[in-house]
Write a protein that binds this ligand. Structure first.
Ligand code: SF4
Length: 92
């Protein structure tokens, strides 16, 4: 299977109105966040026409990469989804 086909087998339960990854709007143009547009394996980060970055964490794999890349910048708030929500990995 291709990686896209494997990812498609995962399922998500989205906690509406309670995103587990949030960007500080005042730091949405930081270089660390801009890098995430190309790094995030789930494609959760999107560059806007205004030179800023937005995040839509509904398909987040909870890999923690953005948490590490943005560590110390104050640009990102990251936590695991509340119990019962987030990604449901399908193995096999
Ligand atoms: Fe993307 Fe991983 Fe960050 Fe989720 S934790 S938004 S999959 S980089």
């Amino acid at each position: 299977l291709k990686i896209e086909e494997k990812l498609y087998q995962n399922r998500y339960r989205v906690a509406e109105g309670e995103p587990h990854v949030c960007i500080d709007p005042s730091k949405a143009d930081s270089e660390a966040l801009k890098a995430m547009v190309n790094i995030c394996p789930a494609g959760c980060y999107v560059a806007t026409d205004e030179g800023k970055v937005e995040v839509v964490p509904d398909g987040c794999l909870e890999c923690g990469t953005c948490r590490i890349v943005c560590q110390g910048t104050g640009a990102l708030q990251w936590g695991y989804p509340q119990g019962g929500y987030g990604i449901l990995f399908k193995f096999g």
